[in-house]
Design a protein around this ligand. Structure first.
Ligand SMILES: O=C(CO)COP(=O)(O)O
Length: 253
């Protein structure tokens, strides 16, 4: 809810201009090496799908209901999202959990619904803890254990051979002035990736991205442990978004 409808339209238009009209694009086939998605609000989603048609950019939704149809006034059907060209659905964002009573169980039910409708669940996970400056091994283990409860719940709801994106977003790093410390992000993500829940999945089907005050300059410091970024405020400027996509595309991993 940062953008008006007009600003969403302008953001996508400017982004397409940067990605596809920039002379650098000729020598940099960005979308060969990076999957790019934008996740607008539900109202503007179909319009954004039309804007990016044939450009290879995926459009996602910020939430959906766990049922495809029925007496759920005000909710958004995953079947309708798929019908209008939505490719992925963000679930369990920290704000949905805090303000709208989202739980691991409801996020898992929605993840199953998203897969049932041939879309990709982008499940937000992250620990609440920010009560200690220390970031030693016990704190990393505690953070990863908290995250893994969320991860196991979501992954148990979807087949092992379907694509899933896990967005690791420490709750305390969302809306902050800077991302979580590099070593913290890498250590927690390594533990998630090494978990039984992730290792039981088909190879290459689980991607882990980082979100929480992410922006240009971050990816090369957290890769190769992390597969990508989930950008918020620091990508509200299309130029910053484009710059970050280029950094990911040019990374040697
Ligand atoms: O929550 C986020 C993305 O969903 C992160 O937002 P910020 O990058 O603005 O902290």
């Amino acid at each position: 809810m940062y953008f008006s409808a007009a600003r969403t339209e302008a953001f996508v238009r400017e982004l397409l201009g940067l990605m596809f009209a920039d002379p650098a694009h000729e020598s940099l086939p960005l979308l060969d090496s990076v999957d790019v998605f934008v996740i607008p609000d539900h109202v503007t989603l179909a319009g954004v799908v039309a804007q990016v048609a044939h450009h290879g950019i995926m459009v996602g939704a910020q939430d959906c209901h766990s049922e495809d149809a029925g007496a759920f006034t005000g909710a958004v059907s995953p079947a309708v999202l798929a019908e209008v060209g939505c490719r992925l659905v963000e679930l369990g964002h920290a704000e949905r959990r805090r303000l709208f009573a989202e739980t691991d169980a409801s996020a898992a039910a929605k993840a199953a619904a998203v897969v049932r409708n041939a879309m990709v669940p982008l499940v937000c996970v992250g620990e609440e803890r920010d009560d200690d400056e220390d970031d030693d091994e016990p704190h990393i283990v505690a953070a990863a254990d908290e995250v893994l409860v969320q991860v196991r719940s979501a992954l148990a709801a979807v087949p092992a051979d379907t694509d899933v994106v896990l967005a690791y977003e420490p709750v305390w790093a969302i809306g902050a002035s800077a991302p979580a410390p590099i070593d913290h992000v890498r250590a927690v993500v390594r533990r998630v990736r090494a978990s039984d829940a992730v290792r039981a999945r088909a190879p290459g089907r689980t991607r882990i991205v980082y979100g929480g005050s992410a922006g240009p300059g971050l990816f090369t410091r957290i890769a190769p442990d992390v597969d990508g970024l989930f950008l918020g405020r620091f990508a509200h400027d299309p130029a910053q978004f484009f710059r970050t996509v280029c950094e990911v595309a040019q990374a040697p991993w």
